[in-house]
Design a binder for this molecule. Structure first.
Ligand SMILES: *Cc1c(COP(=O)(O)O)cnc(C)c1O
Length: 506
């Protein structure tokens, strides 16, 4: 789609025999300052305006640029390699800090976290055992204890950092399955209760865990998209009568599209009555733990058996940073394996995290959150999240009175679901028009919005996670969507009575 000329090739780089050290050690660290300056120069130029969230490069153009690199023929020089990385990657990356990037659950990153990531990479601790991590193990544990405390868990709580919400959910369901099997349930009778808005990783997890093909059961939602506790109760009773064992109920604190929080307190009560594992997927809504104005949205989370939190969403952390927390640390035994070389049975006094993790070698991703909390503090993180939730509410108010758009209201978090509409036009045509508007806009690189399907219809989605984005920025993006939608509609319906083929402009 892009009409922007793409610079392929460029002048050949002189291969300087700089004699740069290969490894970071006492000699390498002397060179690091110069390398960091070079990387910083690259970043400074990339962040300098005027810029767009994306260059508009097409997949084919990008594949050609990347594919032309001969990986057997080293450049031998950091400056040259950085310049190549700039041409291939940085010039065409998608920038989440740009106010016109409003598509997915990606955040601009906390500055202290970037510094921490550099340190974590340079030291290269591995969080599986004490003898590969030292105090990093205690710092990760301290953060998990802090998170559990914010959730209202008791002293028996524990958890582990993971690579993301997908893995955290899998981990929680693995543990829940272990508890159900330990109580005598049969694997093929196990069921997992979700709603139609639960993240797909619940289904993937059921597959990975080898559950029956019909193991994931959908509980009906209330009109706003939240799990209906009465329906949950009925479904649990029905499944029990059928001889099934519900190994977990998955509630969501911040659904990925609608951005709503399931009624956690009511669900907790129902789960308790039926003695069923209660998992809360707070991958998106986890940041509410530090919100000074909206913490109450998470009320009931303290009664969960397990919780997923993605720090790389609403805690403004670089990818990857997520955690799964459990109310009772004994349940983590379901992932424990004793290897002679790592955590033999006779070494229980030595702290290790590998007993609780599905990963073995594992990055010190927790250091990013540590640095962020120590520099910015929890209130500032929570304020940033509150800012984007406030903005999303303003945008929905705006859209509610805009004749060109329909909007979904009643959202708890920072998503905005909207759809270009024109009276008299078939809904299926409008589906295609909205899809095309999104694709055309992205191809220009001027802005990024997402799209999804709700009740069989195509909707466009903003996920606002940048506290620097203003209402004016969003209005600008909506005007771009409007213009592309009108053009797409005109292209579909052909020349109108006025003979125009380009459609109206905004
Ligand atoms: C993003 C998300 C996930 C998946 O998390 P990843 O970090 O992308 O693996 C799971 N659940 C919800 C509700 C999410 O929004």
């Amino acid at each position: 789609m892009s009409t922007a000329p793409v610079h392929i090739g460029g002048p050949p780089h002189p291969v300087a025999a700089t004699g740069e050290p290969a490894l970071l050690d006492a000699t390498g660290v002397e060179h690091l300052a110069a390398n960091l300056d070079q990387a910083r120069d690259l970043l400074t130029a990339a962040f300098a305006g005027p810029r767009t969230p994306f260059s508009g490069i097409t997949p084919a153009e990008s594949a050609a640029l990347v594919g032309a690199v001969d990986l057997d023929d080293a450049l031998g020089d950091t400056v040259a390699a950085l310049d190549e990385v700039r041409r291939l990657y940085v010039d065409h990356a998608v920038w989440f800090d740009h106010p016109h990037y409003q598509a997915h659950l990606n955040c601009p990153v906390a500055l202290p976290a970037v510094v921490a990531d550099l340190l974590a990479t340079a030291v290269n601790s591995s969080l599986d055992t004490w003898d590969q991590s030292g105090p990093a193990t205690h710092m990760e544990r301290h953060l998990l204890t802090w998170t559990a405390g914010r959730m209202g868990f008791g002293p028996a709580a524990d958890g582990i950092f993971t690579s993301g919400g997908t893995q955290s959910n899998l981990h929680a369901l693995l543990v829940a399955r272990g508890e159900a099997l330990a109580r005598g349930a049969a694997q093929h009778d196990l069921r997992v209760l979700t709603t139609g808005h639960t993240h797909f990783s619940a289904r993937t997890s059921a597959k990975v865990l080898g559950l029956a093909p019909d193991a994931v059961v959908t509980v009906a939602t209330e009109p706003g998209g939240r799990m209906d506790p009465t329906e949950l109760d009925r479904t649990l009773t029905d499944l029990h009568r059928q001889g099934r064992t519900v190994m977990a109920v998955v509630a969501t604190a911040g659904t990925t599209d609608l951005g709503v929080v399931d009624p956690l307190t009511a669900i907790a009560g129902t789960c308790r009555r039926h003695q069923v594992w209660f998992h809360v997927d707070a991958a998106y809504g986890g940041g509410l733990l530090v919100s000074r104005r909206r913490r109450a949205l998470l009320d009931g989370i303290e009664r969960a058996d397990s919780v997923t939190v993605d720090f790389h969403k609403t805690f403004f952390q670089p990818v990857a940073s997520s955690a799964v927390l459990v109310a009772d640390r004994a349940t983590l035994r379901h992932v424990t394996h004793h290897a002679h070389y790592l955590n033999p049975h006779d070494e229980h006094a030595v702290p290790n995290q590998v007993d609780k993790s599905m990963q073995t070698t594992r990055r010190f991703d927790a250091l990013k959150l540590w640095m962020t909390l120590r520099v910015l503090g929890p209130d500032r993180i929570g304020d940033m999240l509150d800012t984007v939730i406030d903005l999303a509410a303003q945008v929905r108010d705006d859209l509610a009175v805009d004749p060109d758009f329909a909007v979904v209201t009643g959202t708890d978090l920072s998503t905005v679901l909207f759809r270009f509409e024109e009276s008299g036009v078939d809904a299926a045509v409008l589906d295609r028009v909205n899809r095309e508007a999104r694709d055309r806009l992205f191809a220009t690189g001027m802005a990024a919005v997402a799209r999804t399907v709700l009740d069989g219809r195509t909707w466009l989605k903003l996920t606002l996670l940048n506290p620097a984005t203003t209402l004016q920025d969003v209005r600008r993006v909506l005007d771009l969507v409007r213009g592309h939608a009108r053009h797409a509609l005109a292209d579909r319906t052909g020349p109108g009575p006025g003979g125009t083929t380009t459609g109206r402009t905004s």
